[in-house]
Design a protein around this ligand. Structure first.
Ligand SMILES: O=P(O)(O)O[C@@H]1C[C@H](O)[C@@H](CO)O1
Length: 293
């Protein structure tokens, strides 16, 4: 089917991809997990896995960033049926925001109820350390504030309302369960909560920009996740966001530190196992609380 790039996430196009996947996946996933930079190994620990290359799924975009493999993996984690995006799409790759968020609408049409977005991010909060896991309490979208929103354009009510609320984007119940999981696993010493700020990338921030973002109330800065969260909330998915602090944002002109993707990937891989344990533990709790949450 030929369509303009901005029409990629139209209902019909998303449904074709969802129908293709539904015909091939063994179980309907309840939870979708977007794996951030260097965090794709999570998909490799799912039980009863079935994987599809993005290039084989109708209308799926291609991943071009190292640390993002480019597969959709269905399976079970701690008894919960899941689908993992082993590789996400970023607008700096040249994708429109409708392309970046296309998989989220496909997940919605597959019957997914909960979206877990993970990402690598630079720490702006001076109390954060490299290797900290930050549960996202809220976000600041420099895209959105600047007029670029994935919901821009005609609204299709089959997905959601014209003016969705975002003050409850990150669900408190999921955040509490995630915190409880961190406590039960003994992870509290490196678990934080904070505000994630989206900037366009692919260049990292200048020192003046880091100072500005910190003054605005951001605890971490990254180049993804927010468009996915907006589209997920638009179609009623419950959202948990997790940032891995892979580097400290450079705040001083006397610092010799330089942000780089190799370090981001190195730290992500070091913390990948802890993050897997955390998400798996949380999913077990979601299974126990199916009726109450
Ligand atoms: O996909 P995420 O947000 O985890 O990736 C971050 C942002 C850039 O893509 C890259 C920069 O190192 O890592």
């Amino acid at each position: 089917m030929a369509y303009a790039e901005e029409d990629r996430n139209s209902y019909e196009v998303c449904k074709e991809a969802a129908d293709w996947l539904r015909a091939r996946a063994a179980r309907r996933p309840r939870i979708a997990i977007v794996c951030g930079s260097g965090l794709g190994a999570l998909a490799d620990v799912l039980d009863s896995r079935t994987a599809f290359l993005y290039e084989d799924i109708p209308h799926f975009p291609r991943s071009s960033v190292s640390g993002h493999v480019g597969r959709l993996v269905f399976g079970e984690l701690n008894g919960q049926p899941c689908v993992c995006m082993q590789g996400r799409f970023h607008s700096y790759e040249g994708h429109s925001l409708s392309t970046v968020t296309f998989p989220i609408r496909v997940f919605f049409l597959l019957g997914v109820e909960i979206l877990i977005v993970t990402n690598a991010a630079g720490g702006l909060n001076p109390h954060f350390q490299v290797g900290d896991i930050m549960f996202i309490r809220d976000h600041i979208s420099l895209f959105g504030l600047g007029g670029q929103n994935p919901l821009r354009g005609p609204n299709d009510e089959r997905f959601g309302v014209r003016f969705p609320c975002m003050s409850d984007a990150y669900e408190q119940d999921l955040l509490s369960l995630a915190m409880e999981s961190a406590q039960e696993l003994g992870f509290l010493s490196f678990t934080r909560e904070g505000v994630y700020c989206l900037q366009a990338g692919p260049s990292y921030e200048t020192i003046a920009e880091c100072r500005l973002l910190q003054a605005l109330g951001a605890d971490a800065v990254g180049m993804s996740s927010v468009p996915e969260v907006i589209v997920a909330r638009h179609c009623g998915l419950r959202v948990l966001g997790i940032s891995l602090i892979t580097n400290k944002a450079v705040m001083s002109y006397s610092s010799q530190e330089k942000a780089n993707h190799e370090e981001v990937l190195r730290v992500s891989v070091l913390r990948a196992e802890a993050l897997q344990k955390l998400i798996s533990h949380l999913l077990g709790k979601l299974g126990e609380s199916t009726n109450s949450l």
